[in-house]
Every structure is written in C-alpha cells, then in structure tokens.
Design a protein around this ligand. Structure first.
Ligand SMILES: NC(=O)C1=CN([C@@H]2O[C@H](COP(=O)(O)OP(=O)(O)OC[C@H]3O[C@@H](n4cnc5c(N)ncnc54)[C@H](OP(=O)(O)O)[C@@H]3O)[C@@H](O)[C@H]2O)C=CC1
Ligand SMILES: O=C(O)[C@@H]1CCC=N1
Length: 272
C-alpha cells in the first residue's frame, strides 16, 4: 500500500482522506499538510491522520497529492520542488493547471498525473478523470486509477479534455445541489415543511440517479415515462423550456470550462 501525502487538506483533500479511510486505507499510510495548526488539529481529531510539515510529507510519501487552490500553487511549488525526486509520483487535483507546469518545476523525469475528481469522494461515489503527463508510466496511471477507484469511478482522458471534465463532473455536484435547493424552495412555496420537502427531493434525486446508473434507458426516455399526456409534468417542463433552463445549463458549463482554461493560462503566463 502506497503512503499518500495530501498537500492542502481543504474540501477536496479532506474528501480524499475520508474516502480512502472508508475504503480501508491504513491511517498510518496517510499524511497531510495544512497551513494552520487549527485545521491540522481538526482533521487529526476527525480522522486520526497526522498533519506533518512539507519535508516530512515528501520524505514519507510515495504519492504526493497536490490539492491547494490554483491561486496558491506557486508558494507550494517553491516549497516542494527542491525536495521532490523522480521516484515520487505527483498527482495534481488543481483545476486548470497543466502537468507541464509541475514538470518544469520538478527534477527531470518526475512523473505527474493530472486528476479531476469531485466531492462525492466523501461517500465513495467520486467521478475522477485522470491524464498522465510526459513522464508518467502506464504502471503509475494504474496506481492512480486504483487509488481513486477505491473512492468512486475513474476514466482516463487525454489531458486536452481536462478543462471540459472540470466543468462537467468536477463542478457538476454543485449544479445538482443547486437544483435540489431550488426544488426544496418550491416545496416550501407550496406549503410543505422544509424537512418533508428535502426528503421528497433528495430521495427523488437518489432514485433518478439509480435509474440512470442502472441503465434503465436514455434520460429522454425516462423523462417521457414521467410525463403523462395532459398531466402535471408537461406543465412543469413547459415552464423549464420557457425559462431556457437547458440553454442556461449549457452556458453554465461552458463558462466553467472557460474559467478552467483561464486558470491554466494565467499560470502558463507567470511560469514562462
Ligand atoms: N472542491 C472541489 O469540489 C474540487 C476541487 N478541486 C481542486 O482541488 C484544489 C483544492 O480545492 P478545494 O479543496 O475546494 O480548496 P480549499 O481551499 O478548500 O483547500 C485547499 C487547502 O489547502 C490549504 N493550503 C493552501 N496553501 C497551502 C500550502 N502551501 N500548504 C498546505 N496547505 C495549503 C488551504 O488552506 P487555507 O484555507 O488556510 O488557505 C486549504 O485548506 C483546487 O485546485 C481545486 O481546483 C478539484 C476537484 C473538485
Ligand atoms: O470550483 C472549482 O474551481 C473547483 C474545481 C472543480 C470543482 N471545484
């Protein structure tokens, strides 16, 4: 079992720690770094995993998972670059940042794998897409696939598709949560108690997701199955169409894609 260091245990870093522990990863094979002692104590108490300083993390771990915000990457790279040798495997979860940015900062030949996961990792249901950089071998991609496979599903994509993945499944949970919030609000408007509205919406989401997962058919066919002639659903669908919800969703995901490209471009400019 590899020792994994999570460098920056915020929302996604914590999801990874939690997901790996739930999947049976030994706590002594996990370490993390954080900026503030309060956060270190919080995570140690919650998971029994040790917060360490950067040199200790790099020394102990075989796999270094970089999970700071793209805006915070430079100071972290300054700190770890002199310590990282090509025997380590660097895994970046950072939106927008290309593997080349990391490769240029590390010793020649250091393998880097770019990953875009999502927060359902917390409950073992992540969707992660992985892409190898110039020096990552097939065996190293297998290692990353196995690691993330223990906390959800994994696909391999060319790195050129990672900005699209980021927009779709990286950010995707936020769009589902947003939809759930809006539907619960509708329930409140119609006079349902919040707890009842939330239970109705969440179970409907879980049930619909299970149907999608089990391949009951194309989403359009499943939607048609709910939409009775002259019934209630078609009245609702007409409103969604009137308000351009489909176009809004496409625009939202396109905007997220543009932002991912922009994050990478900013760093390419400062790096050159
Ligand atoms: N959240 C998500 O759903 C997803 C996020 N990602 C990517 O993961 C990365 C992290 O995102 P997210 O978890 O949301 O962000 P967070 O801000 O929640 O997590 C980053 C953590 O890293 C800490 N940190 C910053 N700099 C350092 C450093 N030099 N050494 C140690 N710790 C440091 C931050 O501390 P402090 O708060 O004190 O600054 C923070 O706790 C981003 O690059 C993002 O693109 C990818 C997929 C999904
Ligand atoms: O919002 C973000 O930038 C990160 C990347 C994907 C999900 N959260």
């Amino acid at each position: 079992m590899s020792t994994i260091a999570v460098l920056g245990a915020g929302k996604i870093g914590e999801s990874l720690l939690s997901g790996l522990l739930d999947a049976g990863h030994a706590p002594e094979k996990l370490v993390f770094t954080e900026r503030y002692q309060q956060r270190v104590d919080e995570l140690t108490e919650r998971y029994g995993v040790h917060g360490v300083d950067v040199p200790t993390a790099v020394e102990r771990a075989d796999v270094l998972v970089v999970s700071v915000k793209p805006q915070d990457i430079e100071p972290l790279l300054d700190e770890i670059a002199p310590l990282v040798t090509p025997e380590k495997l660097v895994v970046t979860l950072c939106a927008g940042l290309p593997t080349g940015l990391f490769e240029r900062r590390f010793a020649a030949g250091t393998p880097v794998v770019r990953v875009m996961p999502n927060t359902p990792m917390l409950v073992g249901e992540a969707m992660s897409a992985i892409s190898g950089g110039t020096h990552a071998t097939e065996a190293q991609l297998d290692t990353v696939e196995q690691l993330l496979g223990s906390v959800g599903r994994v696909v391999r994509v060319p790195e050129s598709q990672q900005d699209a993945v980021t927009a779709l499944s990286g950010s995707g949970p936020a769009y589902f949560f947003y939809l759930v919030e809006a539907m619960v609000d509708a329930g409140i408007l119609l006079g349902l108690p919040r707890s009842v509205a939330a239970e109705l919406v969440v179970q409907s989401a879980v049930g619909s997701a299970a149907m999608l997962r089990e391949g009951e058919g194309h989403p359009v066919i499943m939607r048609e199955g709910v939409t009775s002639p002259a019934g209630t659903t078609i009245s609702g669908i007409r409103e969604l169409e009137k308000h351009g919800v489909r176009a809004a969703m496409i625009d939202a995901i396109e905007a997220a894609h543009s932002r991912s490209v922009e994050l990478g471009a900013t760093h390419r400019r400062t790096d050159e």
